[in-house]
Design a protein around this ligand. Structure first.
Ligand code: TYD
Length: 415
């Protein structure tokens, strides 16, 4: 069933200029739309393709489902499901504290999209004045359990105004894996600029366009990721509200992310990392639509290779499962049209996903224990971004001859 699509999005959400199509990933369901059998008939699908704006340099979805469809009181993604991510966010908080951005009288830190509190709880625990903003009520409730003060609203200039009245301006505005979710990103940028103190700093991280192109990891593209940012696009976006990049720090999370540090124009001198990354992006072709031709070719090849491999394994009578029901897996399965005939089940540690079916292709989601009791011959590493953590955990599976299939940076079997 196809319902409301935001049609205005055929033009760039930041510059208003026409988008050039870069990739077509076919008809897709919601990335996190794990569902019960009784809901199959009313499942939501939309055409998923990406476009590039030569003015703003924003790589973005051409069309996106309405935000209420994706972020609600049944939102299936809990940030704290990975130990590695918990460590990452502890270090992120330490870096903010060490930077002395909060070395003011009565500092105030705001986080947009605080999910279950994985980052901001590190400030709450130190008694620092804080506010988490999280529109999905179920995960916001989890943050509150960790002692985080939260509000469940969508952020923009209006909410910034409200926070200014209740709490005053912020020293630090944080966001992790959320800015790339927001279609009205210009409204958010405006709100952030209004909410920050004159020497306030915005620090956020998101999956990085350059890493996706390098690894052909097209599964970063799904409904929630309306944008995949680069230094070029972030500089353009925040330039529009009077802010600029002052530092860039690559991260290995989510298969390759970037931490962007911004401040009001002219307040802090940018580090050399800013010019260096801008130059690298030009070489990589991230500043022009034609630069994505090779990426598209690799994505198409990846699809052909993965389907051929799974069909061959089926012929050989091998048992194949998916490891981790990630939103990324939804893109792969629906783009490649891989269903339960090729992948028997997907195991996942998130209780809310277990007993349900994968969006679109309807592969059953089983608890992790099912994988231990019914180990397959091959497991597709859908959480390839957590491969270090998973490989360390699954030594026994490998010792018994279990193999992995990955598609990053190309389709191959890991024995
Ligand atoms: P992530 O890559 O963060 O997912 P997404 O593509 O949705 O951003 O992985 C989180 C999901 O993977 C979550 O459903 C839990 C699952 N998972 C496991 O089942 N086992 C694991 O060992 C790990 C690391 C994740």
């Amino acid at each position: 069933m196809m319902t409301s699509i935001q049609k205005e999005s055929l033009v760039c959400r930041v510059s208003g200029k026409k988008l050039q199509q870069t990739l077509n990933l076919g008809i897709q369901p919601l990335g996190n739309g794990f569902l019960s059998q009784r809901d199959f008939k009313k499942e939501y699908f939309y055409p998923m393709a990406t476009g590039f704006c030569s003015e703003s340099k924003m790589f973005q979805l051409l069309e996106q489902p309405a935000p209420e469809k994706m972020f609600h009181d049944q939102y299936a993604f809990y940030s704290s499901s990975s130990r590695h991510m918990q460590n990452h966010f502890e270090k992120f908080a330490d870096a903010v504290l060490e930077s002395r951005c909060l070395a003011t009288a009565d500092p105030f830190v705001v986080e947009l999209g605080c999910n279950d509190g994985i980052l901001i709880k590190n400030f709450a625990a130190r008694g620092i004045r804080h506010l988490g903003i999280e529109p999905s009520q179920n995960v916001a409730a989890e943050a509150q359990k960790h002692g985080v003060r939260t509000i469940s609203e969508f952020f923009g200039a209006a909410l910034a105004e409200k926070i200014l009245k209740t709490d005053g301006p912020a020293d630090v505005f944080l966001a992790a894996n959320v800015m790339c979710h927001i279609p009205d990103i210009l409204g958010v940028a405006q709100g952030i600029n209004n909410l920050l103190k004159p020497r306030g700093v915005l620090i956020f991280e998101d999956p990085y366009l350059g890493a996706m192109v390098e690894k052909a990891s097209y599964d970063q593209i799904y409904d929630e990721h309306v944008f995949l940012f680069s230094a070029h696009s972030i500089q353009y976006l925040f330039g529009k509200v009077g802010m600029e990049l002052i530092d860039l720090l690559p991260q290995n999370t989510h298969g390759g992310s970037m931490r962007y540090v911004l401040a009001k124009k002219g307040i802090f001198p940018p580090t050399p990392a800013v010019d260096q990354l801008m130059a690298k992006e030009k070489l990589q072709g991230l500043d022009r639509a034609e630069g994505f031709a090779e990426f598209r070719r690799r994505v198409e090849k990846s699809k052909g290779d993965l389907v051929a491999l799974l069909q061959e394994l089926k012929k050989q009578g091998k048992k194949v499962c998916g490891y981790a029901a990630t939103s990324k897996s939804t893109t792969i399965l629906n783009y490649c049209k891989i269903g339960p005939d090729l992948v028997e089940y997907i195991c996942d540690t998130t209780p809310i996903k277990q007993g349900k079916y994968s969006p679109g292709m309807h592969i059953p989601i089983q608890p992790y224990e099912h994988f231990q009791k019914n180990p397959p011959d091959y497991a597709i590493l859908f959480a390839w971004n957590h491969s270090e953590e998973i490989m360390a955990k699954e030594k026994e599976y490998m010792a018994r001859g279990g193999r992995w299939i990955t598609h990053v940076p190309e389709v191959r079997v890991i024995a």
